[in-house]
Design a protein around this ligand. Structure first.
Ligand SMILES: Nc1ncnc2c1ncn2[C@@H]1O[C@H](COP(=O)(O)OP(=O)(O)OP(=O)(O)O)[C@@H](O)[C@H]1O
Ligand SMILES: [Mg+2]
Length: 355
């Protein structure tokens, strides 16, 4: 399949509009940026946009995916190596950080780094010095802008001791969070139309219109694979479709049969950040104030996440907010503060339906 690449972050939701503004703003200064969001939400796309809007635009943008590469190879990819430093190292080779000098480097899936690699990266971020594998001397004065991305909850990893706290604070100077597509459904029709004309043009076909019924089903689906999954579906519809209009019967069963395998099924299949936070609070005994509140205030999780947590709490507490506060490990005196917080941030759900 041909990979879709859009240069722009498309969408009309408040989240996407705010994100576009923020990208423009933060691109101009040289701060490190951490991008988080589920797989397929557009982290890659955002990293490239930041580079494109930054003063470094005429220098290199180099991406490196830190997942699934053995540690020694990752070290050599990132920092380079000298000839003879390991079997197969036939010549000196600069790493991505050196190659991106003057430009930006994008470290994708940074949560997958081993602790030794985390230490090496931290040293580079603190001193600007790096050492190629097998070299005796240090290279200094490397100037790259680091953009990192992850679909993990790094703060939780820090509390579990699997991600270095000092590195987390270094990377997390500016934090951009991208909501999953199911939390900004108003973007779906825009994306569908964009992908329809993109793939039709790419395949030399005229763009088929989509019926309102089919678009409704697509908009209501849960999209566990987010925009990537949506793009793949539209490409399939463009390539395989025969009729004049795209109708519901061309859609795969999980989208067509919502109750059988659609909106509900993805929730069972994947562990979302809400699942993780709920687990932390209900099973690991962490308090709402230490696990959820700081993340929300730093905009690392969305309002919808907090609402979903409250919804689950209300479900377990049969609609009693006092019990929710207890389930979320708060002191009895904190009940008022909790309700005030929820009201102020528009996360106070009506409790009657849970009674
Ligand atoms: N808002 C958007 N507008 C246009 N295209 C988008 C948007 N969001 C994502 N895409 C497209 O969807 C595809 C997936 O996006 P991308 O690769 O950036 O996701 P990702 O978050 O990096 O995923 P992963 O975690 O799996 O690496 C890309 O082809 C990208 O261009
Ligand atoms: Mg990516």
């Amino acid at each position: 399949m041909r990979q879709h690449s859009s240069a722009e972050l498309l969408g009309v939701s408040k989240e996407v509009c705010e994100l576009r503004d923020e990208i423009q703003r933060v691109a101009l200064c040289d701060t490190k940026i951490l991008i988080t969001g589920e797989s397929g939400v557009g982290k890659d796309l955002i990293a490239r946009m930041i580079h494109r809007c930054s003063p470094r635009v005429h220098r290199s943008f180099i991406a490196l995916n830190c997942a699934g590469i053995p540690e020694t190879l990752l070290e050599s990819e990132l920092f380079g190596h000298v000839r003879g430093s390991f079997t197969g190292a036939y010549r000196d080779k600069p790493g991505k950080l050196e190659m991106a000098n003057g430009g930006s480097v994008f470290l994708d899936e940074v949560g997958e780094m081993t602790s030794r690699m985390q230490g090496l990266l931290l040293r580079f971020l603190e001193t600007g010095e790096l050492q190629r594998v097998g070299a005796d001397r240090l290279n200094t004065g490397i100037n790259v802008r680091v953009i990192a991305a992850t679909n993990k909850n790094l703060r939780h990893m820090v509390s579990q001791g699997t991600f270095r706290e000092d590195l987390f604070y270094r990377l997390n100077v500016v934090h951009l969070t991208i909501s999953p597509l199911r939390e900004r459904r108003e973007d779906i029709p825009v994306l569908v139309n964009h992908f329809l004309s993109w793939f039709s043009t790419g395949n030399g076909r005229t763009t088929r219109p989509i019926s309102p019924e089919a678009l409704k089903l697509i908009t209501e689906y849960g999209w566990p694979g987010n925009v990537r999954e949506l793009a793949n579906l539209v490409e399939r519809l463009v390539v395989t479709g025969r009729r004049e209009t795209i109708t519901p019967d061309e859609l795969p069963p999980e989208i067509r049969e919502r109750t059988a395998g659609g909106a509900g099924a993805w929730q069972e299949r994947r562990r979302t950040i809400v699942d993780e936070l709920y687990h932390q609070v209900r099973h690991d005994g962490e308090s709402f104030w230490s696990a959820v509140y700081p993340m929300y205030m730093r905009r690392e999780i969305t309002k919808n996440c907090v609402r979903e947590l409250v919804r689950r709490g209300l479900q377990d507490a049969r609609g009693n907010y006092k019990i929710v506060a207890r389930l979320f490990n708060m002191e009895p005196d904190d009940y008022k503060r909790f309700l005030n917080f929820l009201r102020k941030h528009d996360c106070h759900l009506p409790f009657k339906e849970f009674r």
